[in-house]
Ligand binder design. Structure first.
Ligand SMILES: Nc1ncnc2c1ncn2[C@@H]1O[C@H](COP(=O)(O)OP(=O)(O)OP(=O)(O)O)[C@@H](O)[C@H]1O
Length: 406
């Protein structure tokens, strides 16, 4: 085995039963079967399903595996197997070195023991001596920023405090392998940012397995992606952006317009994106750096043309990333047979790869009062032949100052 491979998973499968009664019955059968030296079969018994099926991957020191997939895909089950909390039915897991884990909220803590006692307990489980933990305990408490509460039983901690202590213990103990589940999201923003800084510091010496539904977080630290879908490997590889595209495609929704404001003067009729690639799916695909030309048609019963239009582009996580405002223009709006048509053009759209949605807002140009707003009325995808996850590129001029000497 390669020295630097710290996590190796080969042909891993795990079955669960949907019925508790059958699960207990199968548990007893399997136990008796194992005692007689019988291997568990691949066949699924009534009510059983594969939570994980034939999973294979390696994580080396200095690498981070981003484990992604929809709810129930099998991510937490895989982390629990890696952490030795549950046994697989088939396959082999090889872990080299100390394992730090932040898996389930409060898991690994004894609720009736204080924060300080739990630090010693966890340190001992990781194989540290009392003297070694004595040297680390202060930095753990400082990092978690819970000094005031460190001698209080963990059962009285808030979720955020449990996460703070959990991450602090897992990361400050300098583990060879660090397993982090979505629980990190419970921490407040300041703490999450601090955790990422800490992960950057320890990553060169650690193999990290990171589960998250936040693709910006995953793209920030993952060096490879494993995407699970109903327990099976849907994608594995170091092309992080390709894995993330696949995750987003899985959640592609139709253009279900969500009209959040309508005073009856104007309503959206249709939105058409021009200059798009022919795609097999319904989602229009626009090449990175090509012109963004969008035709918007409205129906209106009013002859008031004091409309101010705003088009907002939001990313898949519903964060607005850009907006286009049509305030006043040299060209007057024209209403023909109750229809109003607008074409918006932006040269060389350089949004990063991903799926975006468009919202359209109409206000009265003079009073600024809202007239109409439709959220997520149109979805499109930015594609890029380069397998990179670039941030949005802004065109700027670099001015070189030749006059001064450095
Ligand atoms: N102890 C258990 N007994 C029976 N089924 C289980 C058990 N634990 C998990 N499952 C099932 O296994 C499947 C995978 O669950 P898992 O928690 O690993 O998914 P996940 O990818 O972590 O989901 P999420 O994103 O919602 O956290 C789900 O269908 C879940 O209901």
């Amino acid at each position: 085995m390669d020295r630097e491979v710290l996590v190796k998973v080969e042909g891993l499968s795990k079955k669960f039963s949907k019925s508790l009664k059958k699960s207990l019955k199968y548990g007893v059968y399997d136990l008796l079967g194992n005692l007689r030296g019988k291997k568990s079969s691949d066949e699924l018994r009534p009510d059983e399903f594969y939570a994980l099926q034939d999973i294979n991957f390696e994580v080396r020191r200095g690498e981070c595996l981003g484990l992604i997939g929809h709810n129930g895909a099998g991510k937490s089950t895989l982390l629990k197997i890696l952490n030795g909390l549950i046994n697989p039915d088939h396959g082999k897991v090889t872990m080299r070195g100390r394992v730090g884990a932040l898996i389930e909220l409060g898991a690994g803590f004894n609720p009736i023991m204080t924060g300080r006692e739990n630090i010693y307990n966890n340190g001992a489980v990781l194989g540290f001596s009392k003297e070694e933990i004595d040297r680390k305990v202060e930095s753990i408490i400082d990092f978690a920023e819970i000094r005031e509460f460190i001698d209080m039983p963990v059962q009285n901690y808030s979720s955020g405090m449990k996460v703070r202590l959990g991450f602090s213990v897992a990361a400050q103990m300098e583990p060879d392998i660090l397993l982090i589940d979505e629980v990190l999201a419970v921490g407040d923003l300041g703490f999450v940012l601090k955790c990422f800084k800490q992960i950057d510091t320890i990553l060169p010496n650690t193999a990290l397995v990171f589960v998250s539904h936040s693709m910006p977080m995953v793209s920030r630290i993952a060096t490879q992606i494993l995407m699970l879908d109903s327990g099976k490997t849907k994608f594995i590889g170091s092309q992080v952006s390709q894995g993330i595209d696949l995750y987003y495609e899985r959640f592609q929704t139709g253009n279900e317009s969500n009209i959040v404001f309508d005073d009856g003067q104007i309503a959206l009729d249709s939105v058409t994106l021009l200059n798009v690639e022919n795609s097999l799916t319904d989602l229009p695909k626009l090449n990175w750096n090509s012109d963004f030309i969008i035709k918007i048609k409205f129906n209106t019963s009013s002859d008031n043309i004091n409309f101010q239009f705003t088009l907002i582009i939001s990313d898949k996580e519903q964060r607005p990333v850009a907006s286009f405002l049509r305030n006043s223009s040299t060209q007057q709006l024209l209403i023909k047979k109750n229809k109003l048509e607008l074409t918006l053009r932006h040269k060389n759209l350089q949004l990063s790869k991903g799926i975006y949605s468009i919202s359209i807002a109409v206000r009265d140009i003079k009073t600024k009062q809202p007239i109409y707003r439709s959220n997520s009325c149109f979805n499109f995808q930015i594609i890029n032949t380069d397998q990179v996850w670039e941030p949005m590129l802004l065109n700027a001029e670099y001015i070189v100052d030749n006059s001064s000497t450095i």
